[in-house]
Design a protein around this ligand. Structure first.
Ligand code: PEP
Length: 253
């Protein structure tokens, strides 16, 4: 069966010493604890190798927040999937709405990034989600389907089975507005049906679909109790152990 996962996305926050302190703090908090979900932290590129070295990566997986759409070469400032993998990070967040909106990442670019991530042994955490106007126009189902088809449905079933999805309604990211648990379940179930139509029910049932968008200690339990919500991608509340730990504990019995 699919895994439950709580993943943090630090975005462009924390200096290296601050990030290391945060990672070590989480590591300490989880050291003697059995969690009912996998835990991942997504850190800036500059932190990856040091964070991997400082924590127990059997307990906490490490993710980059992006990688290049080119393999290597004269692309000043870019960081390749191979470079990310060489730090010991095992995951990469791709297609975050901030990357789509501010850095003009198209479905085609993201398709290449996913392929390069997989070719380098990284597990993509692939983000999808509609903006407010699309939700208000009732187009959210269509939007997520197009995002999935445009960047992922070229994959073989074997490769698709390695993908983690994160449904993140853009209107809920960093706004304090959360989708209700029923809204999340409705679209997660829709996404799973879209996956089943392409890859079959077994692969769809095994795909972890995270919810993201102002998820916090007070709403995590209700969101995660829904059958098609397999955990969360957490922005703001992943920046302190005090806020992140209770979200992980939302999976405790
Ligand atoms: C995110 O950016 O992935 C996110 C879900 O952010 P927040 O939790 O702050 O809304």
């Amino acid at each position: 069966m699919r895994k439950n996962i709580v993943a943090g996305n630090w975005k462009m926050n924390t200096t290296l010493p601050e990030g290391l302190a945060l990672a070590k703090g989480l590591n300490d908090a989880l050291k003697n604890k059995t969690t009912n979900c996998d835990v991942i932290i997504g850190t800036p590129f500059t932190h990856l190798a040091s964070v991997v070295a400082a924590i127990d990566t059997d307990k906490i997986g490490v993710a980059a927040e992006n990688c290049a759409d080119k393999e290597k070469g004269a692309y000043t400032g870019e960081v390749s999937a191979a470079m990310v993998a060489s730090t010991g990070a095992k995951y990469v967040i791709l297609g975050h709405s901030e990357r789509r909106a501010y850095y003009h990442e198209t479905p085609e670019i993201l398709k290449t990034k996913v392929e390069l991530a997989l070719a380098n042994g990284l597990t993509p955490i692939f983000c999808i989600g509609e903006v407010l106007a699309e939700r208000e126009a009732g187009k959210h189902f269509e939007v997520v389907d197009e995002q999935i088809k445009g960047s992922l449905f070229n994959l073989s079933a074997e490769d698709f089975a390695k993908i983690i999805l994160a449904y993140e309604p853009v209107w809920a990211i960093g706004t304090g507005k959360t989708a209700t648990a029923d809204q999340a379940e409705e679209i997660h179930a829709h996404i799973r049906a879209t996956l089943a139509a392409q890859y079959g029910q077994e692969i769809a049932d095994n795909c972890t679909i995270l919810y993201g968008g102002s998820c916090n200690a007070s709403n995590a339990k209700e969101l995660f109790s829904k059958p098609d919500v397999d955990g969360g991608l957490i922005g703001g509340a992943s920046l302190s152990v005090e806020k992140f730990l209770p979200i992980i504990e939302a999976f405790d019995k």
